[in-house]
Design a protein around this ligand. Structure first.
Ligand code: ZN
Length: 536
């Protein structure tokens, strides 16, 4: 296969370089020393992931470092391999094969059928091992298949990573503790996680991660999690690694938003549609200092973990929002998009605080509104393939509704409603830029068209620029919030299909705006530069 229709430099230019860092002035020397050790562990997770994704990755990386161009090395590091992920996995280096469907989790010549028929020969526990998140499948000398635990397959790298994590835990043990701390301390988690890398038993440390106390200034995520690299069977998990520092300001905001009842009581819906069993989702807001392993572009701005069903059953799950990554996307992607689509006089209302605060409200508001239909089914089971798009639209619009409510109530005092509305309008174009096949994009298209129909957003017929009509937006947002919550509470799939058919389109003015965004060559996302690496 020949490398790349795009040139290396144009491929690189699609991702704006972003210095991913945070204020560390409140950290102790012990915490800083621990971070340097964690970064060293992170580099080992890069190596593990390269090995998991393709058997040829490590050799190719070495070759590129010795004789490749600077751009090839940068792209390889950015994509964690020789394929452009966001571009149908096209290889950008000559001579590499197609991306192996099953990564390097299975023998390269193994087919799905061979795996399935091998499974039939195994007893229950052996089958569970073969399908486990945490094993690879290899061939014995006689050609038959067998299972090897990650702890053995990646022993060389996992042992060193565990040593760095234990050393970091030793530093963090020395951090002065406050009297009233609730939850697991970060040093306990790092120790139990290091043990999991050696025992291959991940559940106990997953529970420690879920219970990490708010008093910890650092938040570390490390382990085998997502199964996308195993595109053949979706069983095998890839190692990823994040070093984060908690964002204190957002944690205080979250605290203020935790009164879900206040918003629920004021949603513009009839009483019988209100959620009577409000359960707040655990959320933590952080800033990223370093990442490694199965972490590439586009940059992840939020993740919900764990994926291990047994760990979820015992401990639930936790959402991590990465604020500085969101700010990077705001600066390098949303701001230039806004300059193409927004009326000039409203650009002053585009703010990073409105963007990140609305993301926070979006996540909080997933808990609001009906999760069950009036006749007692789950909304998901009734709306089926429409559920994701409608649920994302619900979180978006209820979050925008809540923003204005909380500004009026004085809970939010650093962002004005005008900033929320205008930033939301610009953000819609960022979400639908790559189409409406996916839940977020489709949900955003529905909202944009609805709010235009109600006069809350307008497109100037001559300039073709969009703006918010501040006289109409409040009632338009309220109406849309009501309509979507009622669609969910009724669970009438046909009504939802009609709604999506009517509003889930890209209209002429929107299409023209999207074309301007493409013509302007605005980056599709950001790629991280981690200043902390240079401090080592
Ligand atoms: Zn969401």
């Amino acid at each position: 296969m020949s490398a790349a229709v795009r040139s290396l430099s144009s491929r690189l230019a699609r991702f704006a370089a972003y210095e991913c860092t945070a204020d560390l002035s409140h950290l102790s020397t012990h915490e800083r020393t621990a971070i340097t050790k964690l970064v060293k562990a992170g580099k080992l997770f890069d190596q593990i992931y390269l090995r998991q994704a393709w058997s040829g990755n490590e050799a190719l990386q070495k070759k590129l470092q010795q004789q490749g161009s600077k751009e090839q090395v940068l792209l390889f590091d950015m994509y964690k391999g020789p394929w452009a992920i966001e571009d149908d996995n096209v290889p950008f280096i000559d001579g590499v094969p197609q991306r192996p469907e099953g990564g390097n989790f299975y023998p390269e010549d193994m087919t799905k059928d061979e795996f399935e028929s091998w499974l039939q020969t195994l007893d229950g526990p052996q089958q569970a091992q073969a399908k486990s998140f945490y094993t690879v499948i290899r061939r014995k000398d006689d050609g038959s298949l067998h299972t090897i635990p990650f702890s053995q397959e990646y022993k060389d790298l996992l042992t060193s990573a565990s040593e760095y994590m234990r050393a970091a835990a030793e530093d963090l043990k020395k951090v002065e503790k406050s009297a009233d701390q609730k939850g697991t301390s970060i040093d306990e988690f790092l120790s139990s996680r290091a043990a999991a890398f050696e025992s291959n038993d991940y559940v106990p440390s997953e529970l420690d991660w879920l219970r990490l106390g708010k008093f910890n200034k650092l938040e570390v995520t490390a382990g085998p999690y997502e199964v996308y690299t195993d595109a053949m069977l979706g069983y095998k998990s890839a190692y990823e690694f994040y070093v984060h520092v908690r964002d204190e300001h957002s944690s205080q905001l979250l605290e203020k938003f935790s009164d879900l009842q206040f918003v629920e009581d004021r949603l513009p819906i009839p009483e019988n549609y209100r959620n009577k069993e409000l359960v707040a989702a655990p959320i933590v807001v952080v800033n990223q200092l370093y990442s490694g392993g199965d972490v590439a572009v586009p940059m992840t701005a939020a993740y919900n973990l764990p994926n291990d069903e047994e760990a979820i059953r015992q401990g639930g799950s936790k959402l991590v929002l990465i604020k500085n990554v969101q700010e990077g996307k705001f600066e390098h992607v949303l701001t230039p998009i806004a300059q193409q689509v927004l009326a000039k006089e409203q650009l002053k209302y585009l703010t990073s605080e409105a963007f990140t605060t609305h993301i926070l409200l979006h996540e909080v508001c997933h808990s609001n509104g009906p999760h069950h239909t009036l006749d007692g089914h789950t909304v998901r089971s009734k709306l089926q393939e429409f559920h994701s798009a409608i649920e994302e639209a619900k979180a978006d619009i209820a979050g925008l509704f809540a923003a204005h409510l909380l500004v009026n109530h004085g809970t939010i005092d650093n962002v004005k409603s005008e900033e929320f509305w205008v930033t939301f309008l610009a953000s819609a174009f960022r979400s639908i830029r790559f189409g409406i096949q996916e839940a977020h994009g489709l949900g955003q298209a529905c909202q944009l068209n609805y709010l235009i129909e109600k006069g809350g957003f307008v497109c100037d017929p001559s300039s073709k620029l969009f703006s918010v009509n501040f006289d109409k937006i409040e009632s338009a947002v309220s109406d849309l919030t009501r309509d979507i919550l009622i669609l969910q509470g009724d669970g009438d799939k046909q009504a939802v299909a009609d709604f999506v058919k009517r509003y889930g389109q890209i209209e002429k003015d929107t299409k023209a705006a999207l074309d301007r965004i493409e013509d302007a060559g605005i980056p599709v996302d950001i790629r991280p530069i981690y200043p902390i690496e240079k401090e080592l």
